[in-house]
Design a protein around this ligand. Structure first.
Ligand code: NAP
Ligand code: GDD
Length: 355
């Protein structure tokens, strides 16, 4: 049997790195597109690269804003599966760079689909669609039939990409599927997404490098899952016998405030809240020290108030369901941060309290 080969765009990102690991474990040859940057941007891949004994991980320079690179790479490697995970993925920053976000996240997907159509390579394509599509959805929980209402340039660009995937499937018979993934986190999460920002800041506070954590809106709700389980869902979506669109979520929702409380609780701190709006403070009950403040610069011009997914279709058709629940996710992220910072005694496994 010929070995399957996969092309991952966005391989240097959180999801791309977990997906590369999964596919290598499943005996794929894995190709990834990396873009040029002034500093090497492959830190998430370093360990995987070292462990890829069969040398089955190959990186190619390319960019979603450069059609010629996409055509060249597709023709060269003729993958059997393509996972389009590359994006300017930060919702808040998309308000600052809307045109660029539309170019990469929207037109970039079109360029990839068109390259697939023109090269006539028989590959299945997975598109990284998002729960941000629901935006100001009137319905909770959200499933595959819930109408979309994007609330940011990021979400609008992803909406364009979502419908192109459906269109190329219907117009040209391309096996192209959307995974509508709700937020998924891990110790590899980008440092300016709220969960990782909280866990990183806690460690910086413990080390005395930061006085307190600054956040924007605390009462928005997100359906947070664990990224390694979500890349398994992506793979299952492409193994399904026909192209289709699937919601992937934990079906639970929690506020940013709850994430903060649980993360501090893990290091033995109870947060009590005082004040309202921009004057709100999160205070350590034991010492009265202010550990959380609000900075309006992290507010977004339009916000997505609540995301909660219903992934019953994925459970029924893909036999996929989430395992890691909210508290466990918070704990594993804080624990990983403490370990990375040397704040866990590796012999006794005890946490070193510095605060
Ligand atoms: P991420 O960590 O920000 O990774 C994004 C990846 O895209 C990085 O490898 C980045 O490369 C690459 N990239 C950015 N612009 C590019 C361009 N012009 N050409 C080629 N590559 C480019 O994001 P993630 O959390 O892994 O998410 C992966 C995908 O899933 C994204 O499309 C995101 O929008 C979508 N998504 C994520 C979630 C979530 O909760 N994580 C939920 C739903 C959907 P550099 O390393 O060089 O920056
Ligand atoms: N980043 C950030 N920083 N967000 C904050 C902060 C802060 O200081 N304070 C409050 N928030 C709020 C945001 O306003 C948002 O409502 C929520 O925390 C989550 O923000 P992010 O972690 O940046 O993620 P996101 O939900 O906007 O987007 C992520 O999930 C989407 C799927 O729903 C990204 O991964 C997107 O790429 C993905 O599509």
């Amino acid at each position: 049997m010929t070995k399957k080969s996969a092309l991952i765009t966005g391989i240097t990102g959180q999801d791309g790195s977990y997906l590369a690991e999964l596919l290598l474990k499943n005996n794929y040859t894995v190709h990834g597109i990396v873009r040029r940057s002034s500093l090497f941007n492959r830190s998430r891949l370093a360990a995987i690269y070292r462990e890829s004994e069969a040398n089955d991980l190959h990186l190619h320079y390319g960019d979603l804003v450069d059609s010629s690179s996409l055509n060249r790479i597709l023709e060269k490697i003729e993958p059997t599966e393509i996972y389009n995970r590359a994006a300017q993925s930060h919702v808040g920053i998309s308000f600052d760079v809307p045109e660029y976000t539309a170019d990469v996240d929207g037109l970039g997907t079109l360029r990839l689909l068109d390259a697939l159509k023109n090269t006539q390579i028989k590959a299945k394509l997975y598109q990284a669609s998002t729960s941000e599509l629901y935006g100001k959805a009137g319905k909770v929980p959200q499933d595959e039939l819930t109408p979309f209402y994007p609330r940011s340039p990021y979400a609008a660009a992803k909406l364009f990409a979502y419908w192109l995937v459906v269109n190329y499937r219907e117009a040209y018979g391309i096996f192209a599927s959307n995974g509508i993934l709700f937020n998924h986190e891990s110790p590899r999460r980008g440092e300016n997404f709220v969960t990782r920002k909280i866990t990183l800041s806690i460690v910086s506070i413990l080390k005395g490098e930061l006085s307190h954590l600054e956040l924007g809106t605390l009462d928005v709700k997100r359906d947070w899952g664990y990224a390694p389980e979500y890349v398994d869902a992506m793979w299952r979506i492409l193994q399904y016998h026909r192209p289709d669109d699937f919601v992937i979520a934990t079906n639970e929702t929690h506020t940013v405030r709850e994430f903060v409380e649980e993360a501090f609780r893990f290091i033995g701190k109870e947060i009590v809240w005082t004040g309202v709006g921009v004057d709100e403070r999160g205070v350590d009950r034991a010492t009265d020290r202010v550990l959380v403040t609000i900075n309006p610069k992290f507010y977004r011009p339009t916000e997505v108030d609540i995301l909660q997914g219903d992934s019953s279709k994925a459970k029924a058709l893909l036999n996929w369901q989430p395992k890691t629940r909210f508290k466990e996710l918070v704990h594993l992220m804080v624990e990983a941060e403490l370990r990375a910072a040397g704040l866990v005694n590796l012999e006794s496994n005890e946490r070193i309290a510095l605060l």
